[in-house]
Design a protein. Sequence first.
Length: 800
Amino acid sequence: MGDADEPWREFFGFEAPYDQQADAIGAAIEAGDSDGFLAMEGPCGTGKTMAALTAGAHLVRNTDSYERVLVVTPVKQQLEQFVADLRTMNAGLDDPLDGVALVGKRDLCPYEREDKFPDDAGVHERCEDLRESTAGLVEGDDGGEFDGQDARDLTELPAAETPDEPWWDPAAGRALARSARADASQTLSQTPLRTAGTDAPYVPHQPTAPEDMADGDPPLMCPFEADWYGRDKGSPVGFETGQHNVVTSADVLPAGVDHGTCPHRVQQVLLDHAEVVVGNYNHLFDPQTRGLTDHLIDDSTFVVVDEAHRLEERVRDLLSDRLGRHTLTRARNDCRTLLTRANQSRENRQQVTDHLASHDCSLDAVEAMVGFLDDVLEWLDDRVARYLAAEGFDPDRPGSLPERDHEIPLRDPESEQPDALTQWAEQHGHTGDAWRSLAATGTAVQAILDDDGDRSAVAGPVGVTLQRWWERDHATYFREVELEHVPKESGRAGAAWAESYTPALVMFNCMPARALRETLSEVGGGVLMSATLEPLDVFREVAGLDRLAAGAGDSDPRPVVERRYDLRFPESNRASFLVDATPFTAHNRGDPEPGTDNPTRDEYRYVLRTVARQPGNVLVCMPNYREAAWAAAYLSDGVVEKDVLVDESSSNAATDDLKATFFAGDGKVLVTSTRGTLTEGVDYDGAKLGACLVVGVPLVNVGSPRIRAVRRAYADAFGDDHAFEYALTVPAVRRARQAIGRVIRGPEEVGVRVFAGGRYVEDARHSVFEYLGPGERAEFTTLTPSFLGSQLDAFRSESD
């Protein structure tokens, strides 16, 4: 059967697939049909995005196995590419697939967008408070009075599930929303709330409920939420609002605001009806964010995990917990607030006691939590002060403290043992029972304070996290104190160092493989893909795919299919070199200070200027930002007749400005860290980039306590022989390969790719050559620095 006759062909959005693309679609369908997974490496030009969507569309529409496709990617540009390709696919279909791209509350809440919330209130906490108060105002189990409107006439999409006897009264929701309309105000000229270029029908401030709809003092409420109840939890916005039936925040936000319905609730309804959902890693792997998508994570979902080479790093961060000192203090004050209220009168004490009893909690438990948190805060302050003193700094002189972050390990990173906080707590009477009670106590305190609406409480999640601190093992999770350098005008009383640092307790996840395997086991099948997954055998191990294939635990084996594709653009359009220079290691190169001069740096100065002098834009990628600053300083000193731009760790806006400057006008040199944001997820197509140089292997700081703990965890899981390779070397080489992949983005483009450093050379000591892709190993030519210039000149002469 030819490609044109394949049943998936009706969904393919372009005239005809590339050979690699057709093979990838077939492999993905094969994996999905057998409840398995495809692990695929394909460079730019493979057509991975359309291939994955085509396979998913076929499985949803032409089989009974799947109801939806869930795409997750950590890169915004890739999310936009999936949306664009889905729209291209839908443009050729009589019955397009309904799709939605997900964003968070912060991007969709009109009040948050227009700074209508108090400064001390986070959007999630404030939103939940308003939702809860609004729900109480629309409650009505008798159906309420008929107001002449039927919610079914007010929706394009109904709620996915509605109970036979809803607890809410749609008419009450509509009445509550009407009470906040700008034209219902006594001041008829009041300007309505406006966001995303659209006027909402409501007043510009957070309204309170009408007195006749509230018991006691009228609470703040959300008219957008009330309107959603007024539509029986349906949406006035359908998929036809989006281009080719694919709805994004650019559609949801103005349409929801115009109708007066919560845009986040609109997105939620669309999500429940969508056949293709496009989100980020949080929507699949983050326990906090999965509340929105959890009901979709089942065997009727086909997942597409994009940029899968970043899985370990990103999921490790998502599964780690952090408790800042300020948050711990707020949790203690939550408990104190409740105790103060109880001590105001006998009546208050009885009332608080009864409320706590309804949560199986007591005043004694709350007092114990206050004492526990007081002790932890005192211990934390003392630990920070002792650490700074031990490092040779004076904690009482904030002006003398170093302007950088610090890690304070709470156990030996290379041995599995209880951390210092846990040991201290046990020695001071805070036993396991005390730790295990914190989640229930904190949750009870928070529930009571939330009911009153007097403060935005945090005692619940703090208690849950502290209970985890006690219960989680000490191999998978590494505990430490994180000191973030955040200068302030003044610190806390008695803690001068707090003018410079903000401390936090951190539980860092060292080994995400089990969590990855458990999440993937919940779905029906899927594709995990990237331009840089090699070595695929390593990826299968660290992502938990091998255990899935073997049927770990009581599970049935899940097949894993592999595919790897080479760059399909003409090889004659690119020069690809491995420069056999002295390895650019910290030991060989020394510190990147202005006065540092040695043969290694001299060697790389030659490589830098040789590549930087190539025509057009040149991207230079150094192992870290300090080395990037050194390289930029050298090149800027009259070495090249181009503008030299230097990237540093900065805001997204600053990075976007830097990219715009780089792309505009004549050729320039942009120097960055290989581990930075400019080496992945940025499309340097067309004339935007003519050459890319990667200097050295971009390993993270291997001496960091956190990284040493990761190595120990990987040694326990995969053996001592593989620990450094799996945890550090392979991810570093994938970063380098991602950077090199920024050049040559189309069949007509001409460019230069250079890996500089002896470790990239085959058979070298500590060589990483085997971690390159098969096509790269075959194509890249090894040469010494002295031959680089002549070879580049020859390539340019031939390509001209």
